[in-house]
Structures are given as C-alpha cells and as structure tokens.
Design a protein around this ligand. Structure first.
Ligand code: SF4
Length: 283
C-alpha cells in the first residue's frame, strides 16, 4: 500500500505549464493509492512522447519503450509476472499512429493490462504536427493546408476490436479520471482509457476551455450494450461524452497461455537450467 508521498520522485515533471499530462499524472498516482497496490508491484510501460515520460515521475517500476512499441513491452512484463499491475501510458501519435497494429492485436488478445492514451490530437514532443486523431482541416507544421483524412475514433476502433473495457476521460477532471483508472485496473482484461489531454503549447483549438464546455459524463448508460456504445461513441462536437462506454467479462489471454500453466514464470525454479547454454542457443 502506498501514500501519495511514496510515489513522489526526486524530480518533478518538466511538462509545459497547463499541460494536460499533469492531470493524468495526478489521477494515476491517486488511483494507485486508492487501489492499495504496492508501488513495487506496479509496472508502467511507455512509448515516446511528452506524456510518455510519466513513468520517470511516478515512483513505481517503469520501462520507456520505442515509439509505438509500449504495448508489446507491457505484454512481455505481464506474461513474465502476471501478478504485477501493468499499466501502459502512451500518446495518440504513439498509440493510434505508429503503434496502431499493436493496439489492435493487444485488444484481441484481451490481456490484463490497462492502457491510458494521452490524446492531445497532435505530436507535442516534435512541436505540434497533426496526429491520427487531429480533426479534419486541422492546420499544423506538417499540414499547412489542413488535414485531409478523417480522424481515428479510438472508442469506436476499440469497440470493433473486441476491447472488453472502453472508456474516455478528461485530464481536466482528475477525480473522474481517477475513478476510471481504478475501474480499468480492477477490470480483468484489456482496458482502454482514451484521455482528452490538452496540449497547452501547440493545440490552440482543443484547449481545457474547449473540453470543459463540451464534455459531459455518461449517466444511466448501459455499459453492456455494445450497439448503444457505438452510438454514443459517434458523438463529437458540441457534446463529448466521457465515462465507461462498454464493459464485458471475457476469458483473458493469460487463462490460455501454455507458458503460464505451470505458474508464475518469475517464480519458477530454474536452478537446474544451464542459463549460459540457453543464451548461447539464441546467438
Ligand atoms: Fe504538454 Fe504540449 Fe508541452 Fe508536450 S508540448 S509538454 S503535450 S503542453
């Protein structure tokens, strides 16, 4: 069990003032405290991006992967030690762009990981190019005449990829986001939380004010109704829903993985294994 002070690192984040990542960091830390999990049993995998530095500033285990490749790392961690609480934190460019194939394949595996996507609709770290979730017509350094493509709708993509927990949060509503993270971690299976995360420096359209005026909480929504979830997920404009869109219990990948049948791999007795020979077999 941890208190907030136990999750404090020696350094503080260097995100820009007003960045939505501060809200996500605060919610994630509070959720870890509320869930009463030991920080030493939490592993946070990240990719590349401003927000992906989050695991440098939360005192748990962490791994900074390659751009778009945080989910394979998270899966590796989970399969090596299924007792860990594994949380992947990625950005929209990272997770819905270069990492899109990993996103889809991880969802269909239904492995017990929580995936938080900091969706600021641009590439913040590389100075504001448009991303897969940028709205049509959005102007940026890479699209001076405006985006031509339709944006990815991550909620609908997750619903159509058999994701068993699909939610959206807002970085400006920390208590609500904290609750979503807690629910996602408790969910047995792959859980997506797409988080509206304003980039105060490069996205001058989708600001805190923009979202504060538009987001509303899903209430009285039947989270078991897939059709209704698709319907609500289409809402984007004057009203933007946040909350849990869909939730279902299904067998998880770990239930069927042959390698896990004999128990937790990190606790296996390997005293009679010639580790050197195994290593050399891969050379
Ligand atoms: Fe946050 Fe944008 Fe600054 Fe990156 S560039 S730290 S996303 S405000």
């Amino acid at each position: 069990m941890a208190e907030l002070k136990d999750l404090q690192t020696r350094q503080n984040p260097n995100w820009c003032p007003g960045c939505g990542d501060y809200g996500i960091q605060a919610a994630l830390k509070q959720a870890i405290v509320n869930l009463k999990v030991d920080p030493e049993n939490v592993a946070i995998s990240t990719g590349i991006g401003c927000g992906s530095k989050i695991n440098q500033w939360i005192e748990t285990y962490g791994f900074a992967g390659l751009h778009g490749r945080s989910l394979p790392v998270a899966m590796g961690i989970k399969l090596a030690n299924p007792e860990l609480t594994v949380i992947d934190v990625s950005g929209d460019g990272d997770g819905y762009g270069i990492g899109m194939c990993h996103f889809i394949n991880t969802m269909r595996r239904n492995i017990d990981i929580t995936y938080i996507v900091q969706n600021n609709q641009i590439y913040g770290l590389t100075l504001g190019q448009t991303s897969p979730t940028s709205e049509k017509g959005a102007v940026g350094p890479s699209t001076p005449h405006g985006v031509i493509e339709n944006p990815v709708n991550p909620i609908r993509l997750a619903l159509s990829s058999d994701c068993t927990f699909v939610a959206r949060g807002f970085a400006g509503d920390i208590p609500h986001l904290t609750g979503l993270i807690e629910e996602a971690v408790k969910h047995r299976g792959f859980a997506l939380i797409d988080v509206l995360q304003p980039c105060a420096t490069f996205n001058k359209v989708n600001t805190h004010k923009f979202f504060r005026e538009r987001v509303y909480k899903l209430e009285g929504h039947d989270v078991a109704d897939l059709g209704k979830a698709f319907e609500v997920a289409a809402e984007w404009g004057d009203k933007i829903p946040i909350g849990v869109f869909y939730k279902v219990e299904k067998p998880i990948y770990e239930d069927s993985d042959v390698g896990l049948k004999s128990g937790n791999p990190v606790k296996a007795d390997i005293s009679d294994v010639d580790v050197q020979a195994v290593m050399e077999s891969f050379m």
